[in-house]
Design a protein around this ligand. Structure first.
Ligand SMILES: [Zn+2]
Length: 186
């Protein structure tokens, strides 16, 4: 059972063209968890309610991702074993409307994969300087909740968005990207 606890009207707003946060919270810069932390291999647990603590976490994650020039961040990467992902994908490709702005994915899981694969050189804020040439399915269908607890099911047709969603959901399952391909650069 999923409960939205806060009575405050929730919005994600743009501050100083840099930081996306809930408009009544002050975001904190969190320390990134980096390899070889054992935390990165642990599975995160589902969020059962969106409370103030969750909203603060989301704000802090957006702030931390932006400050580190990332496009995606999972909560485990700031030391919190909860299934929360924030993303801000460059608007360069045909993407579902939801992903055109910085967005949150809670309790995300991949419902189905297409048969085609694609290759990509991925980076990760938890592995500074490392680039991995990965092979992942191109098309996916993903289920998740947004920051207000509303259910979404989105079809992703490929591109950076598909890579990023698969990479971040892997983090919530304790899977690191070094198991998904070969090192191209260190
Ligand atoms: Zn990563």
């Amino acid at each position: 059972m999923f409960v939205l606890e806060s009575n405050v009207r929730i919005r994600i707003v743009l501050i100083d063209k840099l930081i996306f946060v809930f408009d009544y919270l002050k975001p904190n810069l969190l320390e990134l968890v980096t390899d070889p932390s054992p935390l990165l291999l642990k599975k995160s647990s589902e969020i059962s309610k969106i409370d103030k603590e969750t909203e603060q976490l989301i704000s802090d994650m957006f702030f931390t991702m932006r400050k580190n020039n990332g496009v995606g961040l999972a909560a485990v990467q700031v030391g919190v074993l909860k299934r929360v992902i924030v993303m801000d994908i460059p608007n360069l490709e045909d993407m579902p409307h939801y992903f055109l702005k910085p967005c949150v994915m809670i309790n995300a899981s991949i419902r189905s994969y297409g048969k085609d694969f694609m290759s990509f050189d991925e980076g990760c804020l938890s592995f500074p300087g490392l680039s991995i040439h990965t092979h992942r399915p191109r098309k996916i269908v993903v289920d998740f909740l947004d920051h207000e607890g509303k259910k979404h099911r989105e079809k992703i047709h490929g591109g950076i968005l598909s890579i990023c969603i698969q990479h971040e959901i892997d983090h919530t399952n304790g899977i690191i990207f070094t198991t998904k391909g070969d090192i191209v650069q260190e």
